[in-house]
Design a binder for this molecule. Sequence first.
Ligand code: GTB
Length: 212
Amino acid sequence: MTITITAFEKSPDGGKGLARDTRVRWALEEAGLPYQVRLVSFRAMKEPAHLARHPFGQIPTYEEGDLVLFETGAIVLHVAQHHAGLLPDDADARARAIAWMFAAVNTVEPPILDFVTARLFEADKPWAEARLPLVADRVRDRLKQLSARLGKADWLDGGFSAGDLMMASVLLRLRASGILDEFPSLAAYVARGEARPAYKRAFAAQRAVNAG
Ligand code: GTB
C-alpha cells in the first residue's frame, strides 16, 4: 500500500533535518519502505483538507490506505510495529524500546522545546536574560541523566531501536546551541544515528525538497 507523508513545502531551516518529517522519513528508510511526500505550505496546513489529516494543522502526517495518522511518536511506532528493523522481537525489550520513544517525546523534548523557543523566539523579551539560563539548566539536567544511563553503550537498550531514532531526533535540535557538545557521549550518540545509511537517505530527501 502506498505511504504518503506531509512535509514543509519550504522548511524554515532550509531542510537541515530539524523539521519533524525527518524522523518519519528516517523510520521509513530504516524499515525499507518507499513513500511519497505531499508538500504543504504554511497556509495549506491550516486549511480544511490538511486539518482533516492533522487536527493541529501541522506536519508531518502519514497516510496508508484508509489510515491517517499525526504525531511523530505515533507514526514511528506504527511503522516500527508493522515492519522489521526498529523494535526488538523479545516482548520485554520491545516494551523498553517503546518506553524510550515516550521518554524522548514526553520527558526530553519538552525542556528542549522550551529552551529553543526562549533562545530563538523570545530573546527580545524583557525577561529573556533571566529565563534563558533556567531553561538551559533544565535541559542540562535531563542530558546529565540521559548520558548517565547511556554510559559507554552505543544505544539506549541493546541494539538500535525506534527509541534511539526518536531520542537522537529530539537531541539533534540542540546542536546549534552548543549544549549537546557539553555532553560528548550524547553528541557521539547523535552522530552515530546520523551516520546510519537510513538517516542519510532521509536527510538527503528532505534537503532535496528545500534545495530545489
Ligand atoms: N508533536 C508533534 C509531532 O511530533 O508530530 C509536533 C509537530 C510539529 O511541531 N510540527 C511543526 C509544524 O507543523 C513542524 S516540526 N509547525 C507549523 C505550525 O505549527 O504551524 C517543528 C520545526 C519546524 C521548523 C524547524 N526549523 O526550521 O528549524 C524545526 C522544527
